[in-house]
Structure formats: C-alpha cells, structure tokens
Design a protein around this ligand. Structure first.
Ligand SMILES: [Fe+2]
Length: 434
C-alpha cells in the first residue's frame, strides 16, 4: 500500500506534471488542518473524532486542489502527533489516506467536478461530484484498513458490527468537507476553523461525558470486587444480577436513563455485605437471631456505603429494598405489593435467579428451567409476577448464560460463605437463643 501511494505521487509529478501546478498556500493550510485533526485523538481521547474530522479535510482538498493535492494532504498523516505510533503504521496511515484522497479526487473530476475555488454560482454543480467522491472515499478507506487487518492476522479487529451506522455517520461528516470548500472562496482558510471548531467543541464535550461514564463504571466495578472477595462463590454475581435486571427493565420498557440506573443498582445491590461480619457470612449451620439480624441489615448498610454517590439516584431504592417481598414478609422494612419500589422488585427476581443458577458451597447450580419454575412458584408471594413474566420472556428470547462450574476454590486465597441469603430454595435457618 505504501508502494502504491508513492507510485501514485510519482506518477502525478513525472507523468502528469500536475503536482507542480498546485496552489501551494491552499495546499499547505489544508495539510496543516489535516495534521491537526489527525493529531487530535491524543488530545481528545476520542478516536472517532479525529478520523472523521481529518477525512473532511481530505475531501475539502479534493475540491480545492484536486486528486494529487488530496493525496498529498492525506500523506501528511505520516507526521501526525501520536506518540508511540510505530513508523510502519504512520506510513500505512499516510499511504491509505493518500490512495483514498486520490481515488476520491478522480471520482470527483470524473463526475464533472471543477477543481479550484468554488464560486457562489457554481456551488450547485459541486454537490453531485462531491457526493460521489465521499461515497468512494468512505468504503475504500474501510476496505484498505480491513485488508491490512486481515493480512496481519487481526481479522477479528475488523469493525463489522455497526458497519452501516459507521458508514452513514461518516458520509454525514463528509458534508463538513463540502462546507469547508464552499466557504473557502469567501473566508479562505478561516472556513476550516468556522466549520470545525463547533464540531470539536461538541466532540470534546462528548469525550468528557464518556470519560465520566467510564470512571463511574470503574468505581462501581471496584465496589463489586470488594464485595465478591468476601465470598469465592459469588464471583460475577453482581455483574450477572446487573445484566438480568437490565433485561427485565428493557422488557418492561424502561427508558435509557433508568436502565442505566437499574444496572448500577444490580451491580451494587449487595454492597452492604461489606458491613456484615465475615464470620457470620461463613458460618456453617443455623444462625442465631443476632447473626441473622446482621445479615438482614445488609441492605441498610449498602445504602449507607453508597449514599454519597449522587449519580446512583433511583438505584438507592433498589439497594435498600431488594429483599422485600410481595407478601410483606421481606426485610428490612416489610413493605408489600406496590409499596416495594420498582427497582427492588426487578432486582429481587434477577438476584434469586442468579443465585439458583450458580454453584454454592452447599449445592450445585440448578438448571435455568428449574430456577424459572421456582420464580413462577414465588410469583405473587415473594416476587412481582410482572417482573417474573418479563424475565422469562426475555430469557426465552435472548437466552441466558449461567456462570461456569466452580472448581474447588484455592484454599489459600478463597473465602467462601456457607449460606447464600439470596437462595429462595434454601432459606437461612435461624435458631432462637432463648
Ligand atoms: Fe442481598
């Protein structure tokens, strides 16, 4: 590919001689613009922003300086500020942008596009050739990258998922190239700033938002990890409860904001186990009333632990009430029916289901069908029938992957609890001390 790009530029210089006639100042500004855009992922930390914006600079070059110019502009990707990018990758980036830029330029001219500063009267004639150039650039760019990934044995990295959406969004970004070229006649190089600045600001803000979401997720995951180290057998329990809760919430038509909150609630529902003495969690045999009370306190403890995290919002209700029952015999408050918050009714189903379908120290995992029957049996007394039905429907459609069989936990690292307070098939035995 690198060879092809050089051959292309050589051909432009020697055979066609067109490279010598290019408008040097426009070319320089476009190349600089491209270079800035290419270097931005490092600054922005949003990969897509850079790719999309830099390719609009190449497309603007197609109009303003023609195929050879677009190839030269694309070639400058070699010099982008991306610390740690190996030279061969730099050369490849430059080469594929050069080839795509050149091909797009050829398509543009072939469709009757005029190279040079567009006039206001001639702007309409630009649109069809420009659309043709963009329609070639985007798939070609994708194809060249896919070829290299396949040749280097990274075929699994080819972003096939969401490809259509990717193509459409990139064709949308192509419009920015047209805007830059169109405005160039009136405000010359400032047009790039006028067009791209708002885009960069929006992208930067979006990047900030993504970074914030990631740090939220990491915080929640760390808390879960802390809970799960207390019991070897519950590894992955929070994640699976979060997933199952999300399935139920989606099935009953919850909006994206609440969906996010219920997933957090699922992750954190048992965080209060951190406040229950490990010796109680690990005790073999029946618990005393006092010990059972300590377990029953875990939803409150959970709330105390995460109360300061304000983005959790509605998740608090889910954490606090996930052991309430429809018949009012649950804890900590003994709420019944609709008094139990919706989040808690969802988590109760997801929680019991995952507990039953996972291995415990005192029994093996039960099959999904058996656990489902158990949920049905408890519908109306322990569980909200609406949530049970929603979950059964979702699992019937999307399936459920139960955790893998637990091999005997390593004796030196693992702590295991003897009883699982979430298991509806084997309730904790309590003996009276009096
Ligand atoms: Fe719990």
């Amino acid at each position: 590919m690198i060879g092809a790009a050089f051959a292309l530029l050589g051909h432009s210089v020697v055979v066609s001689g067109r490279l010598g006639q290019l408008d040097g100042s426009n070319l320089l500004v476009l190349a600089l613009l491209f270079l800035v855009c290419e270097s931005v992922p490092t600054l922005l930390n949003v990969k897509q922003a850079a790719v999309s914006v830099s390719f609009s600079a190449v497309l603007a070059a197609v109009v303003l300086v023609g195929p050879e110019g677009a190839a030269l502009v694309g070639m400058t990707a070699v010099f982008s500020v991306r610390p740690g990018l190996p030279p061969v990758k730099r050369l490849f980036n430059g080469a594929q942008f050069a080839i795509c830029g050149y091909a797009a330029g050829q398509a543009y001219e072939w469709l009757g596009g005029r190279v040079g500063l567009p006039t206001i009267a001639g702007f309409d004639d630009l649109i069809v050739p420009f659309a043709g150039a963009a329609a070639l650039f985007v798939p070609l760019n994708f194809l060249l990258i896919a070829i290299v990934l396949v040749l280097t044995g990274q075929a699994d990295q080819v972003p096939l998922r969401g490809l259509a959406q990717f193509m459409v969004s990139y064709l949308g970004y192509a419009t920015f190239g047209l805007l830059i070229a169109g405005l160039w006649a009136t405000v010359s190089s400032i047009s790039a700033v006028l067009v791209l600045l708002p885009l960069f600001v929006a992208r930067w803000a979006f990047g900030q938002y993504l970074a914030q979401q990631r740090s939220y997720d990491a915080t929640i995951a760390a808390l879960c990890q802390a809970v799960e180290t207390k019991d070897y057998y519950t590894r992955g329990h929070c994640t699976r409860v979060s997933m199952a809760s999300g399935m139920i919430a989606q099935e009953i038509g919850m909006g994206p904001e609440r969906l996010r909150a219920i997933r957090y609630a699922g992750m954190l529902h048992d965080v209060g186990k951190l406040g229950v003495p490990t010796k109680v969690l690990q005790k073999d045999g029946p618990l005393t009333e006092e010990e059972f009370a300590a377990i029953q306190l875990h939803p409150m403890r959970g709330l105390e632990i995460v109360r300061g995290i304000d983005f959790l919002d509605e998740a608090f209700a889910g954490i606090m009430h996930h052991h309430e029952r429809q018949d009012g015999k649950g804890y900590p408050m003994g709420l019944a029916g609709d008094e139990v918050p919706e989040f808690a009714r969802i988590i109760a189903v997801a929680d019991a289901f995952d507990s039953m379908t996972s291995d415990r120290s005192y029994r093996g995992a039960r099959p999904v069908g058996v656990a489902m029957a158990e949920l049905r049996k408890g519908a109306g007394t322990q569980f909200d029938p609406v949530m049970v039905m929603a979950f059964i429907k979702a699992v019937d459609r999307d399936g459920w992957e139960p955790p893998r069989k637990v091999v005997t936990p390593p004796a030196d690292v693992a702590e295991t609890a003897t009883k699982d307070h979430d298991d509806p098939t084997m309730p904790i035995q309590v003996v009276s001390e009096r």
